[in-house]
Design a protein around this ligand. Structure first.
Ligand code: NAD
Length: 494
């Protein structure tokens, strides 16, 4: 990648963004816009439409009309596949533009953004495009005078609410399978990272997705997100974000049409290092990346380091060295390892967690402070806190920032007990050369994803979903398609 191309893109002004409803760019019904602030320097980048509940209702009505007249669901699978593949190709063709726009909006460093955002979004859409004509209905085992058929039908209108950490990647995890199954969709990006996803939706229209099949509405969660949650005309709501919002969405569903709600929520994922890990130096490098990449703003971040007591001091020193070597700075520089924190409130919350950790007896052995304040942007040093007790706030609550809490353990049983001692169950890892122990950890730790001798990096072929309060459904893999279909039985007397 060429730094000069990135610099040329960052020098461009960003146009104002509006909703995309019924294939058209439209402003908020009351004309309101909101400033989009870049976390790189704290300056206003552009504006986006500040949506109203009426805007959301219009988008849902457009999606409903598109679904009912079959302009998408009624097309031959091969035709739908062609459009979705063209969309993926357009995302790839615009990858750098999308990545730079996204980084200016949410602060992720550019190397990671390129791979995880347009790169992964295009791959996801292509994956579901390729899958859509390989999904078959079923014939049931019935008496000979009956034909029992199980049809797989699209659900109708899907609402998708997306967080700010990886808007294109997570957006594609929802939009890809929902559209592949023939549904119409309304997407609501996060108010603090909407631009790249809105641009990606524009590209879908350019690829030939019929108007109304995919609509996008910007604005506050408590206004447009709430209107989507309370709608009587959304059939399935898919969400990635915090547990607090997830709870609200379930309440909205109960108060309205009892729509199905699938939640991908937060985590407090344990990274468990045994003294018999095959390569401690490598484990330390990966542990540092597993928490500090994207400033810890990753749902599966390995935010709890559980280390066998016999290697605790040695291993913490290794992780600390590896973390200190990660360069924090301008997210649009190819030399940067860790970019900006997404917003000022998020930075303030992170710093609050450091204070609480210290008040609860933890020792800050690396970082703990805001840095690069002179840029006007929101940056924080990678932070490691040792002596975190199992009941401490840092051991129990998701930070969603660059803070690693370290807790020692003695035995395998202790490690499993500690790992399972939070309300979450999203991801985890164990480092050991003992094959039996590795499998016992996979079975024993309650998570949606368990890594062995690595951390992160699972691709689109496998599901990502949580147990406990980390969620109730999975994105990615063919299993994700199940969220976007209804099963219908045909019971036919012959
Ligand atoms: P958030 O819950 O604050 O916001 C997520 C989305 O919900 C945003 O679009 C927001 O506008 C919307 N929203 C907020 N209030 C709403 C309301 N009352 N009604 C409807 N919508 C509303 O979360 P965030 O801070 O954007 O994202 C960070 C969280 O996402 C973390 O907890 C992280 O772990 C989680 N996350 C989970 C996964 C996963 O796959 N499990 C992936 C990435 C992030």
């Amino acid at each position: 990648m060429d730094q000069s191309k990135i610099d040329a893109l960052r020098a461009k002004s960003v146009p104002a963004f509006a909703h995309l409803i019924d294939g058209k760019s439209v402003g908020a019904s009351d004309g309101a816009v909101t400033d989009i602030v870049s976390p790189i320097d704290g300056k206003v980048l552009t504006t986006a439409a500040q949506g109203t509940a009426a805007d959301m209702d219009a988008a849902i009505a457009s999606a409903r009309a598109a679904f009912e007249d079959g302009r998408w669901a009624g097309q031959a699978p091969a035709a739908r596949k062609k459009v979705l593949i063209k969309w993926a190709d357009l995302i790839d063709a615009h990858a750098l533009e999308l990545a730079v726009l996204g980084v200016r909006d949410n602060g992720t460093e550019i190397n990671m953004a390129l791979k995880a955002e347009p790169g992964s979004a295009a791959a996801t859409i292509r994956y579901y495009a390729e899958s859509l004509d390989k999904i078959y209905g079923e014939i049931a085992a019935t008496p000979s005078d009956i034909l029992g058929l199980i049809h797989k039908e699209p659900v109708g209108v899907v609402g998708a609410i997306i967080p700010w950490n990886f808007p294109m990647m997570i957006g594609a995890w929802k939009l890809g399978p929902a559209l592949a199954m023939g549904n119409s969709v309304v997407v609501k990006p996060s108010e603090t990272a909407s631009l790249s996803l809105m641009r990606m939706v524009e590209l879908a229209l350019e690829a030939g997705l019929p108007p109304g099949v995919l609509n996008a509405v910007t604005g506050e969660g408590a206004v447009v997100g709430k209107a989507m949650g309370l709608s009587m005309d959304v059939d399935v709501l898919v969400f990635t974000g915090s547990g607090a919002t997830g709870r609200r969405l379930m309440e909205y569903a109960a108060q309205s049409n009892m729509k199905r709600v699938y939640l991908e929520l937060g985590g407090k994922s344990p990274n468990i290092v045994f003294a018999d890990a095959p390569n401690l130096a490598q484990a330390a490098q990966v542990a540092a990346g597993g928490i500090f990449r994207n400033s810890g703003q990753v749902c599966v971040a390995g935010s709890r380091l559980l280390v066998q007591a016999s290697i605790h001091d040695e291993f913490v020193a290794m992780v600390s060295d590896a973390s200190a070597a990660m360069r924090v700075g301008d997210p649009l520089s190819l030399d940067t390892h860790i970019g900006a924190i997404n917003s000022q409130p998020q930075l303030d919350a992170n710093l609050g967690f450091v204070e609480t950790a210290q008040a609860e007896g933890g020792q800050v052995v690396l970082g703990g402070n805001r840095i690069l304040q002179e840029t006007g942007g929101y940056y924080m040093a990678p932070t490691i806190v040792t002596g975190v007790t199992p009941d401490a706030t840092l051991a129990q609550q998701e930070v969603f920032g660059p803070i690693l809490g370290v807790t020692p353990f003695e035995t395998e049983e202790d490690a499993i007990c500690l790992a399972n001692s939070t309300v979450y169950g999203l991801a985890g890892a164990a480092w050991t050369a003992d094959l039996g122990r590795a499998h016992r950890m996979v079975r024993g730790v309650r998570t949606g994803v368990m890594h062995i001798n690595t951390y992160g990096g699972a691709d689109g072929t496998v599901p990502l979903g949580g147990v406990g309060q980390s969620g109730n459904g999975s994105d990615k893999s063919l299993h994700a398609l199940e969220k976007y279909i209804n099963l219908k039985t045909a019971w036919i007397k012959l």
